[in-house]
Ligand binder design. Structure first.
Ligand code: ADP
Length: 308
């Protein structure tokens, strides 16, 4: 099977869950450093522009509507503002149709808002071109999906390594990183297994390793426990939390599972396309929420956040 056909299969798999997802997660244009646990959590973040204390993820009044035919439209987001610090593990919850996935797609640079702005690591990304967006996704973001989205014809190690190879890493180095990461997620002895020879929980571990292989600063999960039984779900929740704590990687998880939310630092609640609750102490909520979520009143983190 050629790399091109594997790429096509990967793309088709991801299209199942995300209309505009580019193939495997986190494609780096240049070789990424090998997976290295980081110990930093919730620290000040320095952006390339020297913007100290910028959250790793920030949206300001993002709105998104989908046109359905000539006269119909659905308003998925009505102006949602969130700020998520480096090293946080955050759940996004809310009823079906409340805009959770749409918000996550905007954060993941898979789609652009009609109004408002999205900042990743202090850099505005909603106005970037396709190529530049792809690079941000490649260097900053890993994805975990409900259905795992592994390539069925590849072993666990090849599924993980391929994400690094796409990013330009030489095969030998990619395999070495994949081996390390599969050990980290507890699958050292299942490296050569095909997805069909692994349980759902094990497949999601492979997907988590794949999401981390290019050392992204953010991992986005769309219902990461949605296809798992309760004991596998518990294991995956614990694994994500462990990786969040040990590596400092920011995790943002869209979920209906209260146990996922309980494991997170906080829960952002969505309702009717807006953020109903930021899950923060009042003083921090005041800091991250503009005058109103529904109108983009701009975003100005308040110094009061630091005193909370
Ligand atoms: P949630 O993740 O909370 O279930 P979504 O963000 O998926 O909510 O959807 C919000 C609203 O936008 C829903 O009414 C949904 O039907 C609609 N929607 C989402 N994606 C599309 C799309 N690609 N085309 C048309 N409508 C969409």
């Amino acid at each position: 099977m050629t790399l091109d056909s594997l790429r096509a299969e990967a793309r088709a798999l991801e299209m199942r869950d995300c209309e505009r997802v580019s193939s495997l997660p986190a494609h780096r244009a240049t070789a990424a450093p090998r997976y290295r646990p980081r110990t930093v959590r919730n620290t000040a973040h320095t952006t390339t522009k020297g913007d100290l204390m910028a959250p790793v993820i920030r949206t300001t009044g993002v709105a998104k509507r989908y046109k359905l035919g000539k006269d119909n439209q659905v308003i998925a987001l009505r102006g949602a503002s969130v700020a998520i610090d480096a090293g946080e593990m955050v759940a996004i919850v809310g009823p079906s149709g409340s805009g959770k996935s749409t918000l996550m797609h905007l954060i993941g640079c898979l789609d652009a808002p009609d109004k408002g702005s999205v900042f990743i690591n202090g850099r505005r990304v909603d106005n970037l071109s396709g190529k530049a967006l792809t690079k941000v996704r490649a260097t900053e973001i890993g994805f975990i999906f409900q259905g795992f989205n592994l390539i069925t014809t590849l072993s666990a190690i090849d599924n993980v390594a391929l994400a690094a190879e796409y990013a330009g890493v030489a095969r030998r180095e990619a395999l070495e990183r994949a081996r390390e990461l599969l050990a980290v997620v507890g699958l050292a002895d299942r490296r050569q297994h095909l997805p069909s020879e692994l349980s759902g929980g094990q497949q999601q571990r492979v997907a988590i390793a794949r999401a981390l292989i290019n050392s992204p600063s953010i991992v986005l999960g769309d219902e990461p426990t949605g296809d798992l039984d309760s004991s596998s779900s518990d294991e995956i929740i614990a694994l994500m939390r462990q990786l969040n704590v040990e590596t400092g990687t920011t995790f943002v998880l869209v979920t209906h599972n209260p146990e996922v939310a309980a494991a997170c630092d906080r829960t952002i609640s969505m309702r009717d396309g807006m953020v109903a609750d930021h899950g923060l102490a009042d003083c921090r909520t005041a800091a991250v929420r503009p005058a109103t979520d529904a109108r983009d009143a701009g975003f100005s983190p308040s110094p009061v956040a630091a005193s909370c």
